[in-house]
Each structure stands twice: as C-alpha cells, then as structure tokens.
Design a protein around this ligand. Structure first.
Ligand code: FAD
Length: 280
C-alpha cells in the first residue's frame, strides 16, 4: 500500500529501523521485527547508507522482509549523492521487484571525497522517480537543515520537493514541540500541503544526544539538559526518562492534530513499546 493512502485514512505511527552493520545478516533482526510487529506500526522505514558502512545492499532486503514476511507496510530510504542515474534505476528496480511501494528520497550527506554525480539535491532524485509506480516521501527539518542558510530558504526547497512529486515528508528529530508547530505554520504559508510526519527520537545517553545535535543541529531545551545531567551516570534511569520525555512529546503532538508520528527506534523495540503504550 502506498503511504500517501495511509495518511488519507488515519494518523499513522511509523517506525524507522536500520539494517545490521558489517557482515551481520538481516536474519539477526528477526526478533527485533517480531517485537516491533506486536506494536502494530502503520509502516516501517529502513535507512540506506551509501557512505561505506556496507549496508546499502541490505536496505532493500530488510524492507522486503518487513513487507513480505512480517506483513508490515515498508519504505526503503534511498540516497543519491553517491549515485548516477543508472545506479538509481538499478536500486529502484530491486525495490519494485520486491513489491515495495514506498521510497524516502534523500540526497545523503556530503562528505569530503564525494564525487560529483547526476544528482545535486533530493529534488533531482524525486524528479527521476516521478514516472515510477512508487509513492515518494522526502525529509524535512523543523529547525532547518544543518547546512541551510535559513529555515525560510530550506522551506522554499521543501516546497520544490513537493512540486517535483514528494507526497509526504518525514521530519528530522526535534526536542521541542513548539519548534515543530512554528515550522508547520511556515510550511503552510509557503504552500506545502502534503502530510508532514513528526520524527521523534528518545534520548538514551549523553553521548547519543551530543552526536545527534552535532549531526543535525537540533536545539536542546533546558528540560533535556537537566535530565541528561541528573542521570549522567545512571543509564537505566536516563533511558526511562528519555522514553517518558518522548512519550509526552508524541502525546502532545497527537493532541494537537499532527499528520503522523515517526519513531526513530534505533532497532530497540523496548523504546518503541514504551512510547506506543502511552500514545495508543
Ligand atoms: P536536500 O533536500 O537536497 O537538502 C540538502 C541541503 O541542500 C539543504 O541544506 C537544503 O536547504 C539545500 N538545498 C536543497 N535544494 C537546493 C537548491 N536547489 N539550491 C541550493 N540549496 C538547496 N541519510 C542517509 O544517508 N541515509 C538515510 O537513510 C537517511 N534517512 C533520513 C531520514 C530522515 C527522516 C531525515 C530527516 C534525514 C535522513 N538522512 C539519511 C540524512 C540526509 O541524507 C541528510 O540530512 C542530507 O544532508 C540531506 O538530505 P535531504 O534529502 O534533506 O537533501
């Protein structure tokens, strides 16, 4: 089923997972998937890495297992910054071959040594996917992409992704709902009309949070800083507080009529389960 159809019917709660790293096979995620299935997500998305961690091949395989063996709607992420048009055609053909109907079209991070390819931005990839029989989503950034000159300019580019064919957006993580509500206002004013689902990532440790904010530039409210300091040396309490914070965030978003919730599960079903208990 196309995810755009799911958005028409309900407020989906979806999960994000990543393929196993290194030589580990997709089989190692079977127990994780069984536990996630019990939480009844509306779809599961599978990340893609073209950056050399060696799991890009496994994205399609895992998205296929999610859909064809576990019976959960799936979405394969696809980045374009390291690919040419033929490379993208080849991956898309594998995606379609597995009956996967949804693709999250991304540029991917620019890292030193990236060679120029046929794609500069996600919008170029979305354009290439236009004639494919798949539903295409794309990424959005409530506080602006970390390299953008302003949130307003970033939203202009977001609108361009919609115009090229993106039929929904999944947001980067954020810790303050007010930031997301302000962003939604701005996107509406800019003419973005497709659903925007809110990306929620519970904090698990100080190092995870600092890595995330460094990578994506999300701002930290004082409540998060207080929790991180309070439980700095108490992993279990920090995880509990992180799940509680994320659950409150998700509950407030739903109360305020968001289009959907996308949980970054980090392949940890207990995290998703704690949040689902609260919001369903
Ligand atoms: P774009 O939409 O192309 O934007 C990239 C930058 O270019 C932004 O600063 C934007 O403002 C700017 N820009 C856009 N168009 C123009 C233009 N015409 N002229 C000038 N500037 C422009 N990465 C992975 O490697 N694998 C994944 O699986 C993955 N999944 C993700 C899932 C979500 C929900 C999110 C939010 C991010 C994900 N990423 C993933 C990270 C993503 O690849 C990076 O954030 C990347 O740097 C930007 O990708 P994008 O698709 O948003 O790019």
């Amino acid at each position: 089923m196309k995810i755009s159809e799911i958005f028409k019917a309900k407020t989906p709660v979806s999960f994000e997972i990543f393929p196993p790293k290194g030589d580990l096979s997709v089989e190692t995620l079977r127990d994780t998937l069984s536990s996630l299935k019990m939480l009844n997500p509306d779809f599961i998305s599978v990340t893609y890495s073209a950056g050399g961690t060696g799991n890009s091949e496994k994205t399609v395989e895992l998205a296929s297992v999610v859909k064809n063996e576990f019976g959960i709607e799936s979405m394969a992420h696809l980045t374009c910054i390291n690919s040419d048009r033929n490379g993208v055609r080849e991956v898309v053909s594998r995606i379609k071959g597995q009956g996967i109907e949804n693709i999250l079209a991304l540029r991917g991070d620019i890292i030193e040594g990236n060679k120029p390819t046929d794609f500069n931005y996600a919008a170029d990839l979305i354009e290439q996917l236009r004639n494919e029989p798949v539903c295409v989503g794309a990424a959005c950034y409530p506080e602006g992409h970390v390299t953008c000159e302003s949130v307003e300019k970033d939203i202009e580019y977001l609108k361009a992704k919609q115009d090229k064919g993106a039929s929904f957006f999944v947001s980067q993580l954020f810790f303050e709902n007010r930031v997301f509500y302000d962003f939604l206002e701005k996107t509406k004013k800019a003419g973005v009309t497709v659903p925007i689902t809110a990306g929620i990532m519970p904090m698990l440790s100080k190092s995870q949070v600092s890595r995330m904010i460094f990578m994506c530039g999300a701002s930290l409210p004082s409540e998060i800083i207080r929790i991180l300091n309070k439980y700095e040396n108490d992993e279990i309490s920090l995880k509990k507080a992180g799940i509680e914070y994320a659950s409150n965030q998700a509950a407030d978003l739903i109360k305020n009529g968001v289009d959907g919730i996308h949980l970054y599960t980090m392949n940890k079903p207990e995290i998703a389960s704690g949040i689902m208990e609260r919001i369903r």
